[in-house]
Each structure stands twice: as C-alpha cells, then as structure tokens.
Design a protein around this ligand. Sequence first.
Ligand code: FAD
Length: 260
Amino acid sequence: MTADVLVPTSAEEAASFFGDGTGITVVGGGTILLPEIAVGRAKPERALMLHRAGLDVVQADGDVVVIGAMVPIEALADAPDEVLGRVAGSIADCEIRRTATVGGNIAAPAAADAQRGDLGAPLIALGARVRSTGAGGECVEPIEEFLAGDRSGRLVLDVSYDRFERRSGTTGLRRRHAHSYSIATVAACARPDGSDLRIGVSGAGPAAVRCRSVEQSRDPVDVLRDVEPIDDAVASSAYRRAVLPKLVRDALDQLEAACS
Ligand SMILES: Cc1cc2nc3c(=O)[nH]c(=O)nc-3n(C[C@H](O)[C@H](O)[C@H](O)COP(=O)(O)OP(=O)(O)OC[C@H]3O[C@@H](n4cnc5c(N)ncnc54)[C@H](O)[C@@H]3O)c2cc1C
C-alpha cells in the first residue's frame, strides 16, 4: 500500500491539510514513527510531513518565547531558560535529539514499554502553552491541559511561555545507557523570591503532569497525590513511588539554593 504524502509550506497550509485529523498521520522527526512504519505497526494512508512548514524556529527576542513544533530537541540545548536546556540535553542521545522534534515529544502517544515526553516537565514548570489545531479549529491551552486531553486529533504548531526572571531545579533518573528512556524527570521553577512555584514530572506515567499538591505544601511526598507511577520495561511502579519524593526533594533543594 502507498501513502499520500502532503508537504505543506506554511503553518496555515499544514492546518488546512490536517483538517480535523481524520486519516492523517503527522510526521515530525520520525524517530518514533519511522521504526513503527518499518515493522508494520503504523500504516499511514496520508502522511503530513512538516519539515517545510516553517515551524522550525525559536523566537526569543521579546517577553514571550515561541518554539515551533519542528524545532529539534538538540536546538533547545541553547534554550533561553536553563531548565529546558538541561532536560532537553538528557533525552536519548545526540543522534535522536538532532532529529526528534519538540512537537513529536509532546504529542506522541503513550507507549507500553517506556514513557515519553520528557520536555513536558520543564514546559509545565515554565508555565508553557500549546498552540494546536484540529476539530473545532485552533486553540491555545496550558500544556498540562493539552497533555491531559486526547492529543490524537491535534496538530501541534508551537509552544510558548512568558519570559521573566526565574530560578530552577531539575533532577532525573534513567538507566545507564545512552538510549534509555527516563524513569522520572522533575523540573521546578519559581521567581527569585521563591514565589510562583511550578513543578512538572515526566517519565513516571503516560504524560507529564503538574504537581499542584507539592506547589501548595512544598512537601515532596505529596508528589504521589498528583502522579500515579506506572509499571513499564524501564522501572516498576513501586520503584518509581520510592524514588519520586527524593527526586522532587533534590529539585526543590536546587531551587531553594538558587533563590537564596
Ligand atoms: C532510542 C530512543 C530513545 C528515546 N529516549 C527518549 C527520552 O529519554 N525521553 C523522551 O522524552 N523521549 C525519548 N524518545 C522518544 C522520541 O524519540 C522523542 O521524544 C521525540 O521527541 C519524538 O519526536 P519526533 O519528531 O521524532 O516524532 P515522530 O516520530 O515524528 O512522531 C511521533 C508521534 O507524534 C506525532 N507527531 C509528531 N509531530 C507532531 C505534531 N507537530 N503535532 C501532532 N502530532 C505530532 C506523530 O504523528 C507520531 O504519532 C526516544 C526515542 C528513541 C528512538
């Protein structure tokens, strides 16, 4: 079977081709999708290739940072906010990071064997918004709401966040292998006086989540009120439950040291 290949040359054209997403497979960097196609698990009928849609730019010259969906993860090593660069630099290896995109990282569906979407943690901590299109048209929503919803019918166009003085802390745990997915990643941001604390956790479940309980109590154990750790090929839920409060504690300690 052959697929129709659509190659939009602007974001507007990409949105128009995508429509309500029916029968369309979006192709970002292909680091997940191409192996799935190669082994026959994915069989696109219409493939929407985004590489010429002009979505591969980071705009960071004003009060808002806008990161196009096709920006490679590797490009975030120089992100204007250190917390994003640090987590981006810990994902997979440089070959994957040069090809994998920001849009693919936050839009990819959950996998049974490992959790994806590590950029979700720092983007939640930064208060990022996702601009996407699909049934009902374009919308902009907080990333934690986008991640909690049904991502399958949305085309991600970009993510953005407000730029102001912040401090941050981030921790993560993965197996000692360059290709290993994370066991859990924690990112925390606050203003220099410690106010407006925001915490994101990825890698412990099918999507990154915001830890509002810890933001309110500042007690790392409360992370288990917000995150439901799962079993997969990388770690057991029991192990994740044991290490998550420690990872949150380390991220908060880093943040506190940066604020003082
Ligand atoms: C060896 C290996 C190690 C990895 N390690 C990690 C890790 O440590 N942490 C981590 O977070 N991830 C990891 N990944 C997962 C993954 O490669 C990346 O997260 C990556 O960002 C996916 O982006 P992509 O552009 O290659 O997605 P693609 O393969 O192109 O697409 C993945 C999915 O997202 C959809 N999609 C892509 N772009 C968009 C868009 N703009 N809008 C809507 N849907 C879209 C596709 O339709 C598809 O369903 C790893 C992958 C591999 C192969």
